[in-house]
Design a protein around this ligand. Structure first.
Ligand code: SF4
Ligand code: SF4
Ligand code: FES
Length: 248
């Protein structure tokens, strides 16, 4: 494996060729804020929280989509980046109805935590306050469009890990909405296995377990890693498991 050396915030780090800047920085003990990225899922590059500055370029680049290169110079926390990240969070908060005080994820929400981490204590933009429906048709889970930030983690988890393809996006731009099936109530989707992976990876209160009350919902997006590691080691393969058990 080819190893490359790059400079991150004036410090030299090594990385494997082919890694993204995000992976390299995290492997070296640093951090870059993310929202749509989740380990184990493909990258989508939609939230723009992971923007970085590259030496010699006036453009900002998403760390989750930028591959490391020999001699690369990266800045992860300049004043310019911090300003943009705050703006991204403010725009997300103003786009839908994020009323934390009455949200099932209050206190456990990744969007709320990121706002606090970045010092977003007010929103400078007009709240759009759209009138959005909830879908409580599923036997186990609830979808609240008011809290959705369109990160697509639910789509990717369902598609790439569970192997169902329940989720999609309808509409464009500000009219984009997550949909289930061909825009049918979630409870009527006959390909949903009720596994709950979409709920566990959703960073906000948009997807929750039915019956959760204010601040009661906690999620465990790390469960995906557990599922993937299990698959890679073959412990979910019935035949391999049976063979291994026979050898014990
Ligand atoms: S519960 Fe599982 S199968 Fe159903 S939509 Fe969520 S991830 Fe897909
Ligand atoms: S429902 Fe949750 S996981 Fe899916 S796009 Fe909306 S915020 Fe992201
Ligand atoms: S984490 Fe990179 S764009 Fe969302």
């Amino acid at each position: 494996m080819t190893v490359v050396t790059l400079t991150v915030n004036d410090e030299l780090i090594s990385a494997n060729a082919g890694q993204t800047v995000l992976e390299a920085v995290r492997d070296s003990g640093g951090n870059i804020p993310t929202m749509c990225h989740l380990d184990g899922l493909s990258n989508y590059g939609g939230c723009r929280l992971c923007l970085i500055e590259l030496g010699g370029s006036p453009k900002l680049s998403p760390a989750c989509f930028t591959q490391v290169q020999e001699g690369m110079v990266v800045f992860t926390h300049t004043d310019r980046l911090i300003k943009y990240r705050k703006m991204v969070i403010e725009l997300l908060l103003s786009e839908r109805n994020h009323i934390c005080a009455v949200c099932v994820m209050n206190g456990n929400c990744e969007l709320q935590a990121m706002a606090a981490e970045l010092g977003v204590d007010n929103v400078r933009y007009d709240y759009l306050s759209p009138k959005l429906a909830m879908d409580a048709s599923h036997e186990l889970f609830t979808l609240d469009h008011n809290r959705c930030i369109l990160c697509r983690r639910c789509m990717r988890a369902c598609d790439e890990i569970e192997g169902s393809h329940v989720w999609d996006i309808s509409g464009r731009g500000i009219d984009s909405m997550v949909i289930t099936g061909l825009n049918m109530p979630w409870g009527e989707s006959d390909v949903c296995t009720k596994c709950g992976k979409c709920v566990q990876v959703c960073p906000t209160g948009a997807l929750s377990k039915k019956g959760s009350s204010v601040a009661e919902m906690k999620k465990d997006p790390v469960c995906l890693r557990w599922v993937l590691d299990g698959r890679q080691k073959g412990i979910w393969d019935y035949e391999k498991r049976a063979t291994r058990l026979a050898q014990v």
